[in-house]
Design a protein around this ligand. Structure first.
Ligand code: SF4
Length: 302
């Protein structure tokens, strides 16, 4: 059979599709990237989309098998496909490994699809199950801090043994669950991961964020290695957004604004300013906003 793999959105290779590519190749099928010009009637087309606001690919044939959170939160990979190592050969530019060692989460943040899509936290793989020998592994775990501490330690220890660099993908660590054991582990295996990503989504988490940064510095680790995702535009005011961003800057860690609505001008502008160290050093957000307004006025008048 000919299997066409269609990735509708996303900058990175689609993990589910890479697993279907492995499944197809292991079962003797011809697997290729979907291209309307190459696609033939009768080919099995497997499409995936991760964002709900991405338009569908209008060229996809009726009957294409579609999945991913952009289509539905109810679809999931067949267990025999989920268990496979991805095959990255359809994405030749991709030079890392990527995968989940845990799925789900212990929390139920109302803006997040993970609880609905994946349920409670559970271990689904060990480091060795997602590593195919590449020098860098992107972990997609939603909340690795919520996994048993032995699993947390195992991921870091295995990465060091394999001499592999770890990178966190979309997920983050959880400041509210951070313990002395987590701190000792990251200190021991510190070289395997350059940046550690946490979230600071609400002011009520300030105490946990401060506690984490304090543990970090007491352990002798540089706070510059901490990145905090700052969700804006969901249930916070601009004043609360500014408070969280400025607090993180004052504590010498890195804020990274995540707009809830990517089409909202204020949210997008705050992200452009905050996520650029150069822009932050050059001016305040108010000045940055004023410059943007002036530019819009000038363009409208020309
Ligand atoms: S902690 Fe993170 S992964 Fe878990 S529900 Fe909240 S946002 Fe989602």
């Amino acid at each position: 059979m000919r299997i066409a793999i269609a990735q509708v959105d996303g900058k990175w290779p689609n993990l589910a599709l890479a697993k279907y590519a492995r499944w197809g190749a292991d079962n003797g099928h011809e697997v290729f990237r979907y291209d309307p010009a190459v696609h033939r009637r009768g080919d099995l087309v497997i499409a995936s989309k991760i964002f709900t606001d991405t338009p569908d690919d209008p060229s996809l044939p009726p009957g294409a098998y579609s999945g991913g959170s952009g289509y539905s939160l109810r679809t999931s990979l067949a267990p025999e496909v989920e268990a496979l190592r991805p095959d990255w050969s359809l994405w030749p530019e991709w030079d890392r490994d990527m995968g989940f060692t845990t799925r789900g989460c212990v929390r139920r943040c109302p803006f997040c699809i993970v609880p609905q899509k994946e349920g409670g936290i559970r271990i689904v793989a060990e480091f060795g199950d997602i590593w195919t020998g590449r020098p860098e592994v992107t972990l997609l775990d939603n909340n690795l801090t919520a996994a048993p501490i032995e699993h947390f330690r195992g991921v870091f220890a295995d990465a060091r043994k394999a001499r592999v660099k770890l990178v966190f993908g979309a997920g983050a660590l959880d400041a509210r669950l951070w313990s002395n054991e987590h701190q000792a582990i990251v200190k021991e295996f510190s070289p395997v991961l350059r940046r550690f990503h946490f979230a600071f989504d609400a002011i009520r988490d300030e105490k946990a964020v401060r506690r984490l940064i304090s543990m970090w510095t007491v352990a002798g680790m540089h706070p510059d290695r901490l990145v905090f995702f700052v969700l804006v535009g969901y249930d916070t005011t601009p004043e609360e957004d500014a408070y969280r961003v400025n607090l993180l800057i004052s504590l010498r860690v890195n804020p990274f604004v995540m707009p809830f609505d990517r089409t909202d001008h204020y949210q997008a502008r705050l992200a452009r300013w905050c996520n650029s160290v150069v822009a932050r050093k050059q001016c305040s957000f108010e000045e940055f906003s004023e410059q943007a307004r002036r530019k819009i006025r000038a363009e409208a008048m020309s």
